[in-house]
Ligand binder design. Structure first.
Ligand SMILES: Cc1cc2nc3c(=O)[nH]c(=O)nc-3n(C[C@H](O)[C@H](O)[C@H](O)COP(=O)(O)OP(=O)(O)OC[C@H]3O[C@@H](n4cnc5c(N)ncnc54)[C@H](O)[C@@H]3O)c2cc1C
Length: 245
């Protein structure tokens, strides 16, 4: 069982890539209605080949009722929930569950420990984030999506090092201009995944910790198409390296 924490572009693609290969996996994310959420203003021209997003491109290009971003969110939820190998759970992860240097699962805000053979952290812009709109500031990783500091604090206590990153978007007619500052794993303390002789963009490991993968914007700066491709590539890598089907 592979567990993915975070249902942004990277986490959703990893879950889809694993589950469509019949590999048992669980996607844990704070808000099921915000799966694959993107600021409308950063919409790229074309999704990467071989992704869930590409599979939904025609449906999303001509959205009917709603914006492309809203149609994509709904379609992703529908298609992930239909996959027998995948369970999708709404919860907030507050800590890694460790046995020595091995990560054996995660602890949720509600209390239960969710065990897994491998854990993928795809928590994006949500490690200790501060979102600023005009003069007001809140603890949120995206507009309207609250976040808490527990997971960052637990990772720091376990020896993780972070760098502070910033992302900003302009007003897009639907949402106001805003900026998010958040912690991301320090590239100096992590290592890119190398597969088939090349580094896979957007996928890193934490030397000395086994059973753990770092994916997407929490691992390194990624545009959304790179985050989606990173999820696709990590799923392919885990499948090729013998993840249990
Ligand atoms: C202000 C802003 C500006 C941006 N500008 C650009 C841009 O210019 N170009 C571009 O291509 N992209 C831009 N993006 C998108 C972004 O940078 C990434 O490209 C993309 O969102 C990365 O996807 P991700 O899956 O790594 O992370 P995210 O999309 O951040 O997804 C992380 C997911 O993890 C979940 N999560 C977080 N913590 C927990 C937890 N403890 N427990 C359970 N679930 C959790 C969250 O709810 C969220 O669903 C911007 C985003 C923001 C917020």
């Amino acid at each position: 069982m592979i567990q993915i924490v975070g249902g942004g572009a990277a986490g959703c693609e990893a879950a889809w890539g694993l589950a469509t290969r019949g590999i048992a996996c669980r996607l844990v994310t704070t808000t099921l209605d915000a799966l694959y959420a993107l600021p409308a203003e950063v919409w790229p021209t074309s999704p990467p080949a071989g992704t869930l997003w590409a599979a939904l491109a025609a449906e999303v290009r001509d959205p009917g009722g709603g914006t492309r971003a809203a149609v994509l969110r709904r379609a992703v939820k529908r298609d992930l929930e239909r996959l027998p190998a995948l369970s999708v759970l709404q919860s907030n992860v507050v800590a890694l569950q460790r046995e020595g240097d091995r990560v054996v699962g995660v602890r949720t805000w509600e209390g239960p420990v969710l065990r897994a053979d491998a854990t993928v952290l795809a928590v994006g812009t949500f490690l200790a984030p501060r979102l600023r709109v005009g003069r007001s500031q809140e603890r949120a990783g995206r507009l309207g999506e609250m976040a808490y500091d527990e997971l960052r604090d637990d990772l720091a206590a376990a020896g993780a090092r972070f760098v502070r990153r910033r992302l900003a978007v302009a007003a897009d007619g639907v949402t106001p201009a805003h900026e998010v500052a958040f912690d991301a794993f320090d590239p100096e303390g992590t290592t890119p995944l190398r597969w088939d002789g090349r580094a896979v963009p957007g996928v890193r490991t934490w030397p000395g910790r086994s059973g753990l993968w770092l994916l997407g914007a929490c691992a390194e700066p990624v545009d959304v198409d790179v985050a989606a491709a990173a999820g696709r590539d990590l799923a392919a890598h885990l499948a090729a390296s013998g993840a249990p089907a």
